[in-house]
Design a protein around this ligand. Sequence first.
Ligand code: EPU
Length: 428
Amino acid sequence: MDKFIIKGGRRLSGEVEISGAKNAAVAIIPAVILSDEPCILENVPQIRDVSISMKILYEMGADITMLGKHTVKIDASGITEPIVPYEMAKHMRASYYFLGTLLGKFKRARVSMPGGCYLGDRPIDQHLKAFSALGANCTNDHGMIDIQADSLIGNQIYFDCVTVGATINAMLAAVKATGLTVIENAAKEPHVVDLANFLNSMGADIMGAGTDVIKIRGVKRLRGTTYAIIPDQIEAGTYMVAAAATRGDVLIKNVIPKHLESITAKLEKIGVSVEEFDDSVHVTVDGPLVKTNIKTMPHPGFPTDMQPQISTLLCLAEGTSIVTEDIFNNRFRYVDELRRMGADISVDGKVAVIEGVGKLMGAPVTAPDLRAGAALVVAGLAAHGITEIEDIYHIERGYENIEEKLRGLGADIIKKSVPGSAVRKVAL
Ligand code: EPU
């Protein structure tokens, strides 16, 4: 298994460029199927989840040409069978976006159930509710979700909880339905808006993305487009936290500062200085880091995908912080690993109480999932001594060249490849 070896204690300084957003890319790549013409995607991050999405498209019959390191041309007109079997779908939870896009295009989709669950319960009942509202019949056939509709007719869809995945799937399925679909209690995350902008650039008629009511007037066909994916809010937030944890001085480039507001606000409470520019943020620390309380919420609240990283920072702050995880019920799996590095954290259900310890010490640890892995990288950078992180394939699902980017900021981090290592099943 590949691992990261980090010699901690170096102050990060310099500039880092943020890549395209993972959670936008994994929605937009399958959405290309809805167009009858080739699409060109720019600012595509080079991460494992993107490779998996493109491999699924390729295996289904799409023509894929890399036009540059982050630019890809996809012609999905060769796809004729709306089926994503288990072997293809199992590596990535976001493969469920093929349900919405295949249903939207073919009125039929057969996609393997999302695989094992690492953050707690992650049902897809709201996705199925949306498909049913549009007139589809959904069944679970031996682990495959089978969805069929004679025709898709626009309807009112009210979500019982705020869900990114179901909001995106509802948009994908409704964009070519007949008539008006109104999604209420919709998710407002930047990647929801990015997908809507992408679909509109293909000729869709979607209004209200970014608010909790999205209106979609179905169109007959979608054309090809050239579209640049937004920068990754969570990658940017992770570098902001890494800069703060090492008391560094880092300019984080290619970001949309508005998307970072909830992260910036909490960092400022902790004592970190964040200066905003048009498309970059400058992070420095002058005084002490101090406790704060955090509760994760749907956008524009504090993102659950930043909870492990900021909790790691709070271990280095003075005082007692309380972190409440309100989205997923099993997102504290990194806590045992951080304890091995000297952290003082107790968890009771969805609440973690973090006693600041001032410093962490290097230790061998294992990344339990993507963001938890990123948190361990932050911990390793700030810790005294050497941290070895195993199972880094989780981290590589969502962070492009993290070790190179960190080395560019002065970190002492190397990736040690162990020959014959296998990629395990992952599903976030
Ligand atoms: N939920 C339901 N029923 C559903 C769908 C969701 O009860 O049908 C619940 C979930 O159990 C959860 C809550 O609603 O408690 C929110 O889940 P959501 O659907 O918003 O999450 P997701 O679509 O599965 C996406 C991101 C996650 C991110 C969450 C929350 C992608 C591919 N994944 O997941 O990203 O944590 O939204 O913002 O966009 C990550 O990048 O590390 C990651 C896990």
